[in-house]
Design a protein around this ligand. Structure first.
Ligand code: PMP
Length: 427
């Protein structure tokens, strides 16, 4: 055990999990690569849990951060803040939400907590719908809408949450149905749920579940849900913490795979927009955003240094069509991994879109999750020079691949080669 690992163990909480038997200390990065404390170089296909969205040490972001740090780092929202207003204007416009207001937080958790605060205050109730296998954050409120048992640290909650079917396409009671029948069954389930209790104030959903193992419903499910929600005045909240900013390739926001008629009532975001700086936030129409009847503040939310990073990152992202790159390079990577998987009995499914790809592992010849294999593949990919993530439902058996959106075709091929070797040596 390294000295740092031992010190980590002594002072950090036990529930703060580390990857790898011999945990990695990443000391620096550049582009799609990072280096550890021993000087080993890795291709980074997890980007610090999808936060390094564009690239490590992106000169444009580094410059913006340096310049801002030299002027002022933080003044709080008690004073006018030019980069915060500018980023809010750009995000409001990109959201498509009419008369949008933006509130910045420091994390996805706090963004979703705020969405709950808004929805419960606006609709005057605390019954909420969330999806099975969801992850929305670690606070007391956000855990209350997190259906994934691995991350459900308490059963106590300020919310009455009812979990809905539909976010996991290939497992569960409707898995055998075709897409249309699957959607119909989930809609019927939703109606049944709504009819049984207090009318919920909102449905919160990740368009592609992140922590849950990059699972998603058939396109159009949330549009079909929305017809029912609208009948009851139930708000639709899209948690775009992982799916936002073009990561899914086909769309800028994950919700666009579902509803071409318009945006959700509330959108939450975090992770990638700051390219590693802690930016989260909520977008909602003024009527919803302004429904709180007391002051509310996130002291560090929208702080100048993070906003400067966000602005530089977003500008780079749009000018270089990173959504298009995610679609093209992600499409190639997905195809390549599917052809590798077709020859391996332990790979149950390769799924995803854009640069958000999940590889679900099972005990060969069965449908049983294989978390041990996932851990082995992670170790072996690391030995080969590739960092990936993992996640999944009740058992962590899905490899998660989510590289920075500037990934090149050559890097995608190199990463796929390493992953192929790691999978082959495991099965
Ligand atoms: N929502 C989703 C979809 C997430 O994936 C996460 C983080 N994994 C969160 C919310 C919480 O974000 P944070 O960890 O920044 O609080």
């Amino acid at each position: 055990m390294t000295d740092l690992f031992a010190r980590h163990r002594r002072v950090m909480p036990d529930w703060l999990a580390l990857y790898y038997d011999d945990p990695l200390e990443i000391t620096h990065g550049e582009g799609r690569h990072v280096w550890d404390a021993y000087g080993n170089r890795y291709l980074d296909f997890f980007g610090g849990i999808l936060t390094t969205m564009t690239a490590h040490a992106l000169p444009e972001v580094t410059k913006a951060v340096n310049e801002q740090a030299g002027r002022i780092i933080h003044s709080s929202t008690l004073y006018l803040n030019r980069p915060m207003v500018e980023l809010a204007e750009r995000i409001a416009q990109l959201s498509g939400i009419p008369n949008a207001r933006v509130f910045f937080t420091t994390s996805g958790t706090e963004a979703n907590d705020t969405a709950m605060l808004l929805a419960t205050a606006y609709r005057q109730g605390n019954t909420v719908l969330a999806m099975r296998n969801s992850y929305h954050g670690r606070s007391f409120g956000a855990v209350g809408i997190t259906g994934n048992r691995t991350w459900s640290t308490t059963s106590l909650s300020p919310l009455q949450t009812v979990y809905v079917h539909g976010a996991v396409r290939t497992r569960g009671p409707y898995a055998e149905l075709d897409d249309r029948a699957f959607i119909d069954a989930c809609v019927a389930d939703l109606r049944d749920l709504i009819g049984q209790g207090r009318t919920p104030v909102a449905l919160i959903a990740e368009p592609v579940q992140g922590v849950g193992g990059f699972t998603s419903p058939p396109d159009g499910l949330y549009a079909a849900f929305r017809e029912v929600l609208d009948e009851y005045g139930i708000l639709w909240i899209s948690d775009e913490v992982q799916t936002g900013w073009g990561r899914t390739g086909d769309h800028f926001w994950g919700w666009q795979a579902h509803d071409r008629n318009g945006p959700p009532d509330i959108v939450t975001f975090a992770k990638g927009i700051g390219n590693g700086m802690s930016i989260g936030g909520v977008i909602a129409p003024a009527e919803i955003m302004n429904c709180l009847d007391a002051n509310s503040i996130s002291t560090f939310g929208g702080t100048q240094i993070t906003m400067a990073a966000g602005l530089a990152n977003l500008t780079y992202h749009l000018e270089h069509d990173l959504q298009g790159n995610a679609r093209r390079v992600g499409g190639l990577l997905l195809e390549r991994l599917r052809s590798v998987a077709a020859r391996l009995p332990g790979v149950r499914e390769v799924r995803g879109r854009g640069l958000m790809i999940g590889v679900e592992l099972v005990r060969p010849g069965t449908d049983e999750a294989d978390p041990a294999a996932a851990a082995t593949v992670l170790e072996s990919a690391r030995s080969g020079g590739l960092l990936i993530g993992k996640g999944g439902g009740h058992d962590t058996s899905v490899l998660r691949i989510a590289p920075p959106l500037t990934l090149t075709v050559a890097e995608a091929e190199e990463g796929a080669d390493i992953l192929e070797d790691a999978l082959r040596s495991t099965y």
